[in-house]
Design a protein around this ligand. Sequence first.
Ligand code: SF4
Ligand code: SF4
Length: 250
Amino acid sequence: MFPNGMVPLGTSTFRFACHPGVSCFTACCRKLDMFLYPYDILRLKKRLNVSSEVFLQNHTRLSAGLHPYFPAVMMRMADNDEQTCPFLGEQGCVVYADRPSACRTYPLERAVDRASRRGRPQEYYFLTDHPYCRGHEESATHSVSDWLREQQLLHYNVMNDLWAEVDTVFAGNPWRGEGVAGRWQQLAFMVCYNIDAFRNFVHESGLLRRFRLDKARLRLINHGDDEALLKFGFDWLRQELAGLPTLCAK
Ligand code: SF4
Ligand code: SF4
């Protein structure tokens, strides 16, 4: 059922701890091919107090995505001999409270079965075992559910699952015959990764006025809440590109 004979952890526990005392401390924060998801970028650009445009320019690169119809955004490693993560400081991670999903989840990997026979998506967690990581020799034990709580992953997973639903639409080549890099794909990229540009677009185009949005949601968006705007953007893309009834037109 799972690739390479991988076995999900289920309810069993695993041994792991990561702290400045492990001999490998920060060994994993270099030479990374790390995907950044839309919510990762919201958190990081807010943490750094820069616009999403500046964040994209300074810290990311584009790569092939999981399908041919939308690129992936990756963290760009620093241009030094060790190709360190740009957020690796002398004492460790300088954006720790807002570190990306992949860093939070490690040493676990998450897979979601969206076609589960149970009728709703099922998530599975697997334990990675990189030889350089000595964290597995520490005595602390965790269950998956403890780990998700301790690493504050639950909300990240909710936001990443919303993004996955949008990317599933992208995987169907929904670009209205414009092909990749056409106007709709550029709009979609802006919604997903450049939230400050999307905010300007929303104001200039009057996009919000086309839909019935409840007052609380509208208030959040109008008060500059990036997360509320991103969720609206996801709904808008799913409606425009896949015809899903995610928003109510006026
Ligand atoms: S290699 Fe493992 S134990 Fe070492 S710093 Fe990275 S996550 Fe922590
Ligand atoms: S964001 Fe922080 S934890 Fe993640 S790779 Fe960079 S320095 Fe390491």
